[in-house]
Write a protein that binds this ligand. Structure first.
Ligand code: ATP
Length: 141
């Protein structure tokens, strides 16, 4: 069966690099399914789950946004942040969520602080949503 190379990188590290059967990514305009031979494409990502399937294996990552490029033989994801769903620290994400919510309640915060807090809140919510959903489905994760 044909495969496509997937590279997920952040400014800090290579988070995933392997040949896969399909990539499912959270495009800014909706979920994207990318199979080998997909036509070239460039899109922004929204915070969400990125799934790679290879045979019977499924690999899940949470990305907080970034870009995805489909080339003839590969998919490149430049993510603002990305971590394996099974490595998500739920307590840490809950703390980040509470911190962000508290900042957003502070009435006189400058707009830039609000935008930062909103982005932090979105990251924490997606981490919590994906990690808890996956752990319910697959208790070993
Ligand atoms: P925090 O305030 O907890 O650092 P954050 O949303 O500001 O959260 P990011 O700047 O998005 O964190 O990410 C920094 C690094 O930490 C990235 O490598 C990211 O993958 C990782 N990371 C962030 N939150 C978690 C988490 N809850 N569990 C595991 N890794 C995380």
């Amino acid at each position: 069966m044909a495969t496509i190379k997937l590279d997920v990188v952040t400014a800090e590290k290579v988070v995933y690099s392997d040949d896969v059967d399909i990539v499912i990514a959270p495009g800014i305009e909706g979920q994207l399914g990318i199979l080998p031979q997909h036509s070239p494409l460039m899109t922004m990502l929204q915070p969400g789950e990125l799934i790679a399937r290879k045979g019977s294996e499924e690999f899940s990552l949470v990305v907080s946004g970034g870009f995805l490029e489909v080339r003839p033989d590969r998919v490149i994801v430049l993510a603002d942040s990305a971590e394996r769903t099974e490595e998500i620290d739920i307590a840490r994400a809950e703390e980040a969520k509470s911190r962000a919510e508290k900042r957003l309640e502070e009435k006189y915060a400058p707009e830039t602080d609000n935008a930062r807090a909103e982005a932090a809140l979105r990251r924490s919510l997606i981490r919590l949503r994906v990690a808890t959903r996956r752990r319910r489905r697959r208790p070993e994760l």
